[in-house]
Design a protein around this ligand. Structure first.
Ligand code: KIV
Length: 272
């Protein structure tokens, strides 16, 4: 279903809060470039996340760690230019906010000024409290991210479900409340038990967006390349594939190659 231009109203953090208050689920997808962002914004997505998953999906890295602030700004500015309705959130990449709150603020300011983002997202709870507060003090909206936080993959050692044990679940709930108290406008919960995600979403007033966190949260986020079936190797249980673009693209390219080799392209109508 695509949305009519006349129905388009710019999404703000305030509107996302209202959506939670009235029980309307929030839709969020990642995008990293102008063309894709234009399509999903036109389809009516509420939030576009320029995720540091660009490191995996766009650059082919094994983890999110190598992507730089300059690269995130490049992806962010490409997306922002395409968007007329969605709220655009850009990830602060690994190494751009952990050193000090001053560094975090400088990184967030660069994302807002140079990419034109509407908000930033960063990973972690009490460990990044000072950075979150400093960024918020500058008037920059912050989205939190708890549970599986891929920037800490070498600490976790695996991408399996987080917070299954009570101690980690308790810390996650405390961190969620802390991020809300600091002033974050929303929180992403990645790959945690659905029961815990429901508890967090129930305890918080701000919207909680899940990925692999079950249905009882205020919205869902997926990586676009995964849900469109472009990336075929990634098959976690939480992923629903809405298209098989890998097959569609492979067929289209195969047909093009055949036509070129057969001198069937271009035709008379396709030349000047
Ligand atoms: O970088 C990303 O794509 C993310 C989502 C998985 C939430 O952080």
């Amino acid at each position: 279903m695509s949305v009519h231009k006349s129905d388009l109203k710019k999404i703000t953090t305030h509107q996302l809060q209202e959506m939670k208050n009235r029980g309307e689920k929030i839709s969020m997808l990642t995008a990293y470039d102008y063309s894709m962002a234009k399509i999903i914004d036109g389809a009516g997505i509420d939030i576009i996340l320029v995720g540091d998953s660009a490191s995996n999906v766009m650059a082919g890295n094994e983890t999110t760690l190598p992507i730089t602030l300059d690269q995130m700004i490049y992806h962010g500015s490409s997306v922002v230019k395409a968007v007329t309705r969605a709220l655009v959130v850009v990830d602060l990449p690994f190494g751009s906010y952990q050193g000090s709150s001053g560094e975090a603020l400088r990184s967030a300011i660069r994302i807002m000024k140079e990419a034109g983002a509407h908000a930033v997202k960063l990973e972690g709870g009490s460990e990044v409290k000072d950075s979150v507060e400093r960024i918020l003090m500058a008037g920059i909206p912050v989205m939190g991210h708890l549970g599986l936080t891929p920037q800490s993959i070498y600490k976790f050692g695996t991408y399996t479900v987080r917070a299954k044990e009570e101690a980690e679940a308790t810390k996650l709930l405390e961190d969620a409340k802390l991020l809300e108290a600091c002033g974050c406008f929303a929180l992403v919960l990645e790959k945690i038990p659905a029961k815990l995600a429901k508890q967090v979403a129930g305890a918080l007033h701000i919207p909680v967006i899940g990925i692999g966190a079950g249905p009882d949260v205020d919205g869902q986020v997926l990586v676009m390349q995964d849900m469109l079936g472009i990336n075929q190797d990634f098959k976690p249980r939480f992923l629903r594939r809405y298209a098989d673009l890998h097959t569609v693209i492979t067929h289209a390219v195969g047909k093009y190659i055949t036509d070129v080799k057969a001198k069937d392209f271009p035709s008379k109508e396709e030349m000047y």
